[in-house]
Write a protein that binds this ligand. Structure first.
Ligand code: C5P
Length: 220
């Protein structure tokens, strides 16, 4: 089972307040994207494609090992993953789509995703339980309902797919579609999505506090 990892790294990271694209922001002296690539490789992925902001390609090339394939991203995460998938090539039996913004994903999470695919899942996502009470609000911020927490899950990456299934699902999607993850893309095509256990250490770096927590994690 030849596995290709696609790392979405073409976002600006404006919520982090950094001058650099988020994926190039250093964590313990190395860019987030380098950590994300290494996590995929340590978990058993054979090849990695990184989707980058077109204007920053040279900086990414310098930050990553030469074997990593770089592809120009698009205006949305969906457009960026679409570009990465086109570059993944048909040799890949399965693809794992990962966020550069999740630098500290333990290899065991990657292994669980690969195992579920090897066992026959067409799509699989790592998930965690929701520990807070979760509500719905209206436009004024007034609570209009409480969601049943026991059936809710937080979805992480890497998300794993049979390559042909993901390619077919993206082909059905409108050109300007903008979905927050790839499980939503295959679900829109009627594909069932399995789950495996995620990991709190695989948290997404979005704001400065997330980066501070990640720094503490690597120092331990
Ligand atoms: O914005 P958010 O943190 O949800 O982005 C998730 C991932 O998608 C990030 O790693 C980001 O670099 C990537 N992304 C992308 N292309 C875009 C927007 C986001 O590859 N146009």
């Amino acid at each position: 089972m030849h596995a290709v990892g696609i790392v979405a790294a073409a976002g600006s990271g404006s919520r982090l307040g950094a001058e650099l694209p988020k994926a190039l922001v250093p964590l313990a002296g190395r860019p987030l994207v380098g950590w994300a690539v290494e996590a995929l490789q340590a978990g058993g992925v054979d090849e990695v494609v990184v989707v980058v902001p077109p204007a920053e390609r040279a900086a990414f090339a310098e930050a990553l090992p030469p074997a990593v394939v770089l592809v120009d991203g698009g205006p949305s995460r969906t457009a960026s993953v679409r570009a990465g998938l086109a570059a993944a090539g048909s040799a890949a039996g399965v693809v794992l789509v990962h966020d550069a913004a999740r630098p500290l994903t333990p290899p065991a999470v990657v292994e669980r995703v690969l195992t579920a695919l090897a066992d026959g899942a067409a799509a699989v996502v790592p998930v965690l339980p929701v520990v807070d009470t979760t509500v719905v609000v209206d436009g004024d911020g007034v609570v209009t309902g409480t969601l049943p927490r026991a059936t809710l899950r937080r979805v992480q990456t890497p998300q794993g797919f049979d390559r042909a299934t993901l390619v077919a699902a993206y082909a059905r999607l409108a050109d300007d579609a903008d979905l927050t993850d790839d499980a939503a893309v295959v679900r829109a095509a009627g594909v069932s999505v399995a789950t495996v256990e995620g990991d709190d250490r695989s948290a997404k770096v979005t704001v400065r506090h997330d980066l501070d927590l990640a720094e503490l994690q690597v120092r331990r």
